[in-house]
Ligand binder design. Structure first.
Ligand code: GLN
Length: 295
């Protein structure tokens, strides 16, 4: 792993991510009127990884409603995203939907009553609908590598299965999970997809309600408290916005009422969150006074 203390380190657990140029950087801000401000590699698709968990949570809440919270908690874990320790204490119920275990449990809910292919199609269609862009696809090479190297996730899923938390087969739940983590999107597409969260559940362009305002508010709350794993406190302290990171180096951040923001810088900090992405968001929110906690 190349030491780049100024940029963080690119994820190396699969070759597709290890190959990404650590100097890539993209930023897109889309305001309430639909104005797009873009900088750097804003059109380059990257692996959204755990940012997909915001959208699977939204989709699953739409399918099963608040029943979802019987299967997964909504408290920050204070642990790494792929940690297994809490699962034993909490009898297989993951702390929140954004750590890997929680996201696998959410994916399992989406899968129930469907074939894996249908569930995945549903997730990709939802992303395309939200971003208003039919070109969004899954990077199959990333999905295959995730599957080949995902021993920790396989352990988490089996562990939850042993507590009866997963309804479907471990293979099916993980297959869908690995594939939605492998969706590739640009900063512009991601910022587009996040707009409903910035505007009370509504796409401000079309006026279409994606989720009820109360649900958007709650998804934002979980993003603020859990979106950066054991770095969530630091992100709230420095940036002060609901945000969700992925090990591909992306962050989706929501300035409620103001803008949807996506940043991509592949170098990660020790918690697996984009190092420069966080710094960029910190500078942006400071300059614009956009922290939800005030200036
Ligand atoms: N696919 C990765 C995993 O399951 C996602 C982790 C992340 O983005 N934090 O480990």
């Amino acid at each position: 792993m190349a030491q780049r203390p100024d940029r963080g380190e690119v994820a190396t657990y699969i070759p597709e991510l290890a190959r990404i140029d650590a100097k890539s950087f993209g930023l897109v801000v889309i305001d309430a009127d639909g104005h797009v401000a873009a900088a750097g590699d804003s059109e380059v698709p990257f692996s959204i990884q755990s940012i997909s968990k915001v959208f699977t949570l939204t989709l699953a809440l739409g399918m099963v409603g608040d029943r979802l919270w019987r299967r997964v908690g909504r408290e920050p874990s204070g642990s790494p995203f792929n940690s297994i320790v809490q699962l034993e204490h909490e009898r297989g119920i993951p702390r929140n939907p954004f750590i890997n275990a929680g996201a696998i449990a959410v994916t399992d809910l989406i899968l129930s009553g469907h074939q894996p292919r249908e569930a995945l199609g549903e997730i990709v269609r939802f992303m395309r609908f939200l971003a208003d862009d039919s070109s969004i696809t899954i990077d199959e090479a990333v999905a295959a590598s995730e599957q080949r190297t995902g021993f920790r996730n396989i352990a988490l899923a089996n562990y939850m299965k042993s507590f009866g938390v997963l309804e479907n087969s471990v293979d099916f739940a993980l297959g869908v999970y690995f594939h939605h983590c492998a969706i590739a999107m640009s900063c512009r597409q991601l910022a587009m997809a996040g707009r409903f969260l910035a505007h009370h559940g509504r796409n401000p362009d079309t006026g279409l309600l994606v989720v009820q305002p109360e649900r958007a508010r709650r998804i934002n709350a979980v993003m603020l408290t859990c979106g950066h794993y054991d770095g969530s406190g630091e992100f709230a302290y420095r940036v002060g916005l609901p945000g969700k990171s992925g090990v591909g180096g992306g962050i989706l951040a929501i300035a409620p009422g103001k803008a949807s923001i996506a940043v991509w810088a592949p170098g990660l900090d020790a918690s697996g969150n984009s190092h420069l992405g966080r710094i960029a968001l910190e500078m942006l929110t400071k300059k614009l006074g956009w922290s939800i906690f005030g200036v």
